[in-house]
Design a protein around this ligand. Sequence first.
Ligand SMILES: NC(=O)c1ccc[n+]([C@@H]2O[C@H](COP(=O)([O-])OP(=O)(O)OC[C@H]3O[C@@H](n4cnc5c(N)ncnc54)[C@H](O)[C@@H]3O)[C@@H](O)[C@H]2O)c1
Length: 418
Amino acid sequence: MQHHVKDLGLADKGKDRIEWAQQSMPVLQLIRERFSREKPLKGIRISACLHVTTETANLAITLKDGGADVSVCASNPLSTQDDVASALVKEHQIPAFAIKGEDNKTYYSHILAALDSHPQITMDDGADLVTTILTERKDLIPEVLGGTEETTTGVIRLRSMAKEGVLKFPVISVNDADTKHMFDNRYGTGQSTVDGVIRATNLLLAGMRVVVSGYGWCGRGIAMRARGMGADVIITEVNAVRALEAVMDGLRVMPMIEAAKIGQLFVTVTGNKSVIRKEHFEAMTSGAILANSGHFNVEIDIPALEAMSKSKRRIREFVDEYSLNGGKRIYLLGEGRLINLASAEGHPASVMDMSFANQALSVEYLIKNRSRLENQVYPVPYDIDQEVARLKLKAMNSEIDALTQDQDRYLNSWAEGT
Ligand SMILES: NC(=O)c1ccc[n+]([C@@H]2O[C@H](COP(=O)([O-])OP(=O)(O)OC[C@H]3O[C@@H](n4cnc5c(N)ncnc54)[C@H](O)[C@@H]3O)[C@@H](O)[C@H]2O)c1
């Protein structure tokens, strides 16, 4: 079996940690039990380009138990958990191509290696698999039934491919499921980003001026958690409605050029590029700390920071100190890559339970419905979203009411209410 991982000797540790995560993934576990019995993915080849974490391992095992041939590669050079990649290979016979800290060349060679299994289903977190198929491995297109996409940035890329007519198979946007972005992006990114910053720096957030760029699903979560720890949170935005929401949530909103002057910790999470750039570095005070939790490492203009710096040193794992002219120092965490995955462990399993339940059920849906899907980006079907929420609520011992017949009639009739 082909694979490329750091050290198979780490597999025992990875196996234990995968089992630990499994305990917090009851919905995926239920799906796994059904998949094991029914084998709805029998003989289907799946390549998954995801952050190689304990939660992803549980998804890959679920797909395999459903009858699929699964291969896994990393969706970010810094997000791989090497013990997990090793356990996938050694304990579960799932080919994995991922090494934490791999350079860009190795990163893309791993994507190509995962594609060598000729996938019928692609599973992406950022659309790198689909992009590679459409550019470098066009020969694979006829075999692909469809794909799924995990994150906001990937969905944006895929929608523009569909718009330009270059997308050659249907893709389900798992990110758009309510049970994904409302929980994973908000509570998952919120908690794990703060966790990543703290693990990288051991900072005290209480009393600190924290600038969060982007008040989308992730930004709301980061702001909420930072505020909960006593930070004075400032938001920067380009969307007036989102900015208004931040104001009414009791947060200060201002342009980055103003925030740059007073911020102590900056976290970008916009999905956009150069959100913090030269003029902002110039306005910052010495000691400013920068982190990113958006998908790509382009939100902070690192080349501009490099160009302005006299020297750079790694002062602590995941913390690079840039010395600028005049003695100013700026600190960049995790090389500007997703800080929650670079220095922490990514989202907690309990929230990935829902995201990956959507992934598994979307793959089953794609296989059953391929003939009626066009080369477009589709939302996760409403019934799947509701089912994931229902199962999660049950697992959390929460119950809800059901509509009475009378209420149902009332809500569905235009003549009622007069
Ligand atoms: N770290 C993680 O584990 C993780 C998890 C989920 C999503 N993501 C990524 O995080 C990013 C944001 O995702 P989201 O779901 O919050 O997206 P979103 O679309 O809900 O929010 C992004 C926000 O950023 C704002 N924005 C865009 N350009 C800006 C700029 N120049 N300055 C200030 N604000 C700007 C937009 O107006 C929007 O409100 C994406 O790249 C996504 O892929 C990361």
